[in-house]
Design a protein around this ligand. Structure first.
Ligand SMILES: Cc1cc2nc3c(=O)[nH]c(=O)nc-3n(C[C@H](O)[C@H](O)[C@H](O)COP(=O)(O)O)c2cc1C
Length: 206
């Protein structure tokens, strides 16, 4: 039994891919619950659970968040990449946005919750909290994938953080935005993406 579960987990890890286009159908309550529960099962530095999640599911906030994500993503393509996208690429992408790219029935904003502090070194504590949040993120993506739900991890909100803090009504002195995740049933099956670097390039044995 244990071996079977292990193999299923490895399969989930190996077949997961970011999904950015979803069908217009809400997720079931139990599915959303299982995704969120998997977040807090992640390892957490010092057992301190310095994380916080905002689940976005109302029509009003789904729309507002989608618009902000598109703005942040546009900024990434045009002002952040060392080689920005060409006009042609942007136009093609804008058409996809019009067709619903990134529009999801469920988003989860992930924060580090720094209201309680446990260490003498604030910078290290913040890095640990962020690593814990990243572990929670991967847990959610894998849990979703195991239920046939696609997910995407958005880091671009960090490019225009203040707009996101305003939307979520969160004080950045208390909580720090790590990412926004989108979840929904995939519009089409997304096969796993090839890696550019093989193990030989990124692993050194001693
Ligand atoms: C920290 C982090 C930030 C990311 N931010 C974004 C993002 O803002 N927008 C996006 O479309 N994908 C984002 N991604 C997804 C990556 O582009 C994706 O993981 C990568 O291209 C590999 O594809 P795969 O996850 O499908 O294997 C992010 C991933 C990580 C780990």
């Amino acid at each position: 039994m244990i071996l079977v579960v292990f193999v299923e987990l490895l399969e989930a890890i190996n077949t997961r891919a970011m999904v950015r286009e979803f069908i217009d159908q809400p997720l079931k309550e139990e599915e959303k619950q299982l995704i969120l529960e998997s977040a807090i099962r992640a390892p957490t530095a010092g057992g301190n659970e310095q994380w916080y999640f905002i689940a976005v599911e109302s029509k009003e906030y789904l729309e507002k968040l989608h618009n902000l994500l598109v703005d942040a993503q546009r900024l990434y393509f045009t002002n952040i990449l060392k080689i920005p996208w060409s006009m042609e690429q942007i136009e093609k992408w804008e058409k996809k946005v019009e067709a619903g790219l990134y529009k999801a029935p469920f988003y989860v904003a992930v924060f580090t919750d720094l209201r309680s502090r446990f260490y003498m070194k604030a910078d290290v504590e913040e890095r640990w909290a962020e690593q814990s949040a990243a572990a929670a993120i991967e847990n959610m993506l894998l849990a979703a994938h195991s239920m046939g739900i696609g997910g995407c991890w958005f880091g671009v909100p960090l490019l225009m953080e203040d707009k996101f803090y305003d939307l979520f009504k969160v004080k950045k002195e208390e909580m720090r935005l790590v990412a926004v995740l989108a979840f929904g049933y995939p519009k089409q099956k997304q096969p796993p993406r090839q890696r550019k670097k093989g193990l030989k390039e990124v692993v050194r044995s001693l």
